[in-house]
Design a protein around this ligand. Structure first.
Ligand SMILES: Nc1ncnc2c1ncn2[C@@H]1O[C@H](COP(=O)(O)OP(=O)(O)OP(=O)(O)O)[C@@H](O)[C@H]1O
Length: 281
């Protein structure tokens, strides 16, 4: 099977004043077209470095990073990125911020078509009516919605999301998970999500990759088959608890805090009812 993103045997070290700093040491990752892969791992293991390699912002010392079977040698317009802190330009309206990539990438669309496209995306994420506002007039969650529109406006094939929801409160974050899945069903893309939130990883992704500590290799891969649209209730099933338990264990292994044996199931297969005292003390 040909994968849209294919990372094989990647090794990379940064050059620092103290000498080479090995960051990646045997990274493997395959994402099929339309797939959504989440990458988790200990802090500083090289997750953002991985995104820079996929985006073509740097090349690995060894191994290959391929898109559609072609070696990535530089940045491509077909790759979009969204980050934790959306940098929206205050002197532009929300609509004009979303249209920005179309102005940068030599777009064949007419100005009117560009505007229609931006308005369509803003409507999809619930920002209809906010097109003429300035970024500072929006909440953090709304700014992140606008930023998602901006990263998708030029219809990239691959969307890289580097902790996009990390700075948001829990409720806003869960809202945005749903928004992102809705967007993906309307605007198909192949996604790579960097996150520290294991619940987020199993809710959004169909594959979760756990990276080991730096210098990182691919330590563990979990497939999460999709059967129909996901809802937040899916996170409260015994199956989800088991998945989270396994991933948590893998992170502990990566951090050197647990041996590499399989995680003991921590969920009770037949939950006992909690005794409720008949009379309160
Ligand atoms: N340009 C650079 N030059 C030198 N060292 C770097 C550079 N970029 C990152 N590093 C180092 O490489 C390691 C991996 O960094 P990276 O940002 O890829 O990790 P991360 O897993 O995304 O981190 P976090 O989880 O904390 O966001 C870190 O030790 C970091 O200090």
């Amino acid at each position: 099977m040909t994968h849209l993103i294919d990372i094989a045997g990647v090794r990379h070290a940064y050059t620092t004043a103290e000498g080479p700093l090995p960051v990646l040491d045997g990274l493997e990752m395959q994402v099929p077209k339309g797939g959504f892969t989440a990458v988790v791992g200990p802090s500083g293991c090289g997750k953002s470095t991985l995104t820079r390699l996929v985006a073509g912002l740097m090349r690995p010392d060894e191994g290959t990073v391929q898109l559609h079977g072609e070696k990535v040698t530089g940045p491509r317009a077909t790759v979009g990125m969204a980050f934790q802190n959306p940098v929206l330009l205050e002197w532009r309206t929300i609509l004009k911020n979303v249209m920005l990539p179309l102005e940068i990438v030599s777009s064949k669309m007419s100005r009117a078509a560009q505007e229609d496209r931006a308005r369509h995306l803003l409507k999809l994420v619930g920002l209809e009516g906010f097109e003429d506002k300035r970024p500072s007039e929006l909440s953090g969650g709304m700014r992140q919605r606008a930023s998602l529109c901006r990263s998708l406006v030029h219809k990239p094939e691959v969307l890289i999301l580097d902790e996009p929801f990390g700075a948001l409160d829990a409720f806003t974050r869960e809202d945005l998970w749903q928004t992102l899945l809705d967007l993906k069903s309307q605007e198909p893309f192949t996604g790579v999500l960097i996150t520290h939130d294991l619940r987020e990883s199993i809710f959004l992704a169909d594959q979760v990759i756990v990276m080991s500590a730096r210098p990182a290799r691919t330590q563990y891969v979990m497939d999460i088959p999709r059967s129909g649209p996901r809802t937040l209730d899916d996170l409260y099933t015994p199956e989800a608890a088991e998945r989270l338990n396994i991933l948590r264990h893998q992170i502990e292994v990566a951090q050197g805090r647990a041996p590499a044996e399989p995680a003991e199931p921590r969920i009770d297969p037949e939950p006992t009812e909690r005794a409720v005292p008949e009379t309160l003390p």
